[in-house]
Design a binder for this molecule. Structure first.
Ligand SMILES: NC(=O)c1ccc[n+]([C@@H]2O[C@H](COP(=O)([O-])OP(=O)(O)OC[C@H]3O[C@@H](n4cnc5c(N)ncnc54)[C@H](O)[C@@H]3O)[C@@H](O)[C@H]2O)c1
Ligand SMILES: O=CCc1c[nH]cn1
Length: 488
């Protein structure tokens, strides 16, 4: 995981986030010296600081920022719809810089980081469009009376993010929240505190009133403070199931609506009539983006027996070709895991898997990448979310059998099926207990489509038109056009 910083000597030290030309950023040089909390339209060093934390560059293990955890937030509700389209334009202009920051703080490849920034500005663009079309209903009642509904904001919404898609998660939560007229306080993961600040500054530059989007740094204690705060109307959380349970408990005490985007152990079903080339590409997409640290990954790859050997052989071949290394290099497709404790956790799964399955290729130089073939459903690597680049391959005989096995999990985030039989494809996805299903592809995320889970993978949705429902409330107005018919 800890990459030798071969390019560090080539570039000058970058001491500030803005405006920092991408060319000046390289592995082993980037440092953030500005405050990482954002209130009232500016970076601030909070007076209520509860302590400092450090953020690291996964590729080198270097400290890139020392920042202050905070508890207070400064939110102002304005009632004006912010100009998300201008925000979208600025993100597109600064895409390379934002992607480089994301790559350095998270470890994902620069190639992939750019894709994340694309899905971020697309989200702002999409909700900018929807904001103008948000409307209620007019309902005719007897005697000329009528009713209507108004879609109103909830108030102050809290967004709490995971470390795997820092900028994208902040965008996916804030864009619909702001489009619906809310204010947002966003708390990034303490592992990736940096890029949410770029989003905050972009909103300010785009004319979003000060106080409408704020960043509060910290870990569990700050998250708890925000969830329990009486001014907070809604919590949207992305993270693990255990933390999701705590968030839901806290929100229940305040009768606050929550959106929970949690973990998964999703099935990917490959039928023997698939297009083999696409199925193999799909399996790699389903497992190795962001070093496998993706909630909706299809980590249980069920392959129909007739094609198991051929499929496995192809997966091995293509997996061995994945370029692993310095995430800032253009041709790298896989960087380091987020930190050493996580690497060790993932390696723990690999060690256990090796006892029961045929595994390879394995790891070197701290980067890992592997598949486990001939897995069984009862193996730990098949049952638990690993959140690393580990694909488990299982074989199956029949459609009925694979459906039962695919659904035999408490998670329900995503699922995929590869087949040329279109009837079977739709029949199978109708039976899969998962909130997001893919047919003949995996891990594409068009912003127009709602994303979210079934079962313990959470509820509520991000993206798509439906997310408006999760960031607004409906007011019904009943209008009497005649006289009051009193019961008294
Ligand atoms: N469904 C999705 O969209 C999605 C997306 C990304 C990640 N995830 C999931 O997230 C997990 C990995 O992310 P992680 O390790 O950052 O998750 P995590 O649950 O440890 O932390 C997520 C966030 O919650 C905060 N937090 C921790 N304890 C808290 C508490 N008691 N109260 C309030 N906030 C608290 C953390 O500081 C962080 O910001 C995986 O399980 C992954 O599947 C899900
Ligand atoms: O990690 C899971 C998928 C995702 C990406 N951004 C938000 N959720």
């Amino acid at each position: 995981m800890f990459l030798r910083a071969g390019r560090a000597a080539l570039s000058p030290l970058v001491r500030s986030l803005q405006p920092s030309p991408v060319a000046a950023m390289s592995t082993g040089t980037f440092v953030v010296s500005q405050p990482l909390n954002y209130r009232g339209g500016a970076r601030v060093e909070p007076a209520d600081a509860s302590g400092t934390e450090k953020a690291f560059e996964p590729a080198t293990g270097r400290v890139i920022a020392t920042f202050t955890s905070a508890f207070k937030y400064g939110v102002k509700l304005h009632g004006a719809l912010p100009n998300l389209l201008e925000g979208c334009r600025i993100i597109r202009d600064r895409e390379d810089e934002i992607a480089a920051v994301e790559c350095i703080n998270n470890g994902k490849s620069i190639f992939e980081a750019r894709l994340d920034i694309d899905t971020s500005w697309q989200c702002l663009e999409y909700y900018a469009g929807l904001a103008a079309s948000m409307a209620g209903e007019h309902i005719q009642l007897p005697g000329g009376s009528f009713g209507y509904t108004r879609r109103e904001p909830l108030g102050v919404c809290v967004g709490i993010g995971a470390w795997n898609y820092p900028f994208q998660i902040a965008s996916w939560k804030s864009a619909p929240a702001l489009a619906c007229g809310n204010a947002m306080v966003f708390k990034p993961s303490p592992f990736t505190p940096v890029s949410a600040l770029l989003l905050a500054e972009i909103y300010t530059e785009a004319g979003v009133p000060p106080g409408l989007f704020n960043v509060v740094q910290g870990g569990a204690a700050t998250g708890q403070f925000l969830c329990q705060h009486h001014d907070v109307a809604k919590v949207s959380f992305t993270g693990s199931v255990p933390t999701g349970m705590k968030i839901m408990e806290m929100s229940a005490k305040g009768i606050k609506p929550v959106t929970l985007e949690l973990g998964g152990k999703s099935p990917l079903i490959i039928f023997s009539d698939c297009d083999m080339n696409n199925a193999v590409k799909g399996a790699l997409m389903a497992n190795f983006l962001t070093q496998g640290q993706v909630c909706c990954n299809g980590t249980r790859v069920f392959v129909q027996k007739e094609i198991l050997d051929k499929f496995t052989e192809e997966v091995v071949k293509q997996t061995q070709r994945i370029k692993i290394g310095d995430p800032l290099l253009e041709d790298t497709r896989m960087g380091p895991l987020i930190n050493r404790p996580h690497l060790e956790r993932v390696l723990g799964f690999v060690k256990v898997a090796k006892d029961g399955a045929h595994c390879g290729p394995s790891y070197s130089g701290g980067f890992i990448l592997m598949f486990a073939a001939n897995c069984r459903d009862d193996m730990t690597c098949v049952k638990e979310e690993i959140f690393g680049p580990v694909m488990s391959i299982l074989s199956f005989d029949t459609e009925a059998e694979v459906l039962e096995r695919a659904n035999d999990t408490t998670f329900g985030l995503a699922a995929g099926v590869f087949t040329r039989d279109i009837q079977r494809a739709h029949r199978v996805v109708a039976e899969l207990q998962a909130g997001t299903c893919f047919i003949n592809n995996y891990n594409v995320s068009p912003v127009e489509l709602p994303f979210g889970g079934y079962k313990k993978s959470g509820f509520g949705r991000e993206n798509g038109r439906v997310t408006i429902e999760y960031y607004s409330q409906l007011k019904t107005v009943c209008v009497e056009m005649g006289d009051v018919e009193s019961a008294f």
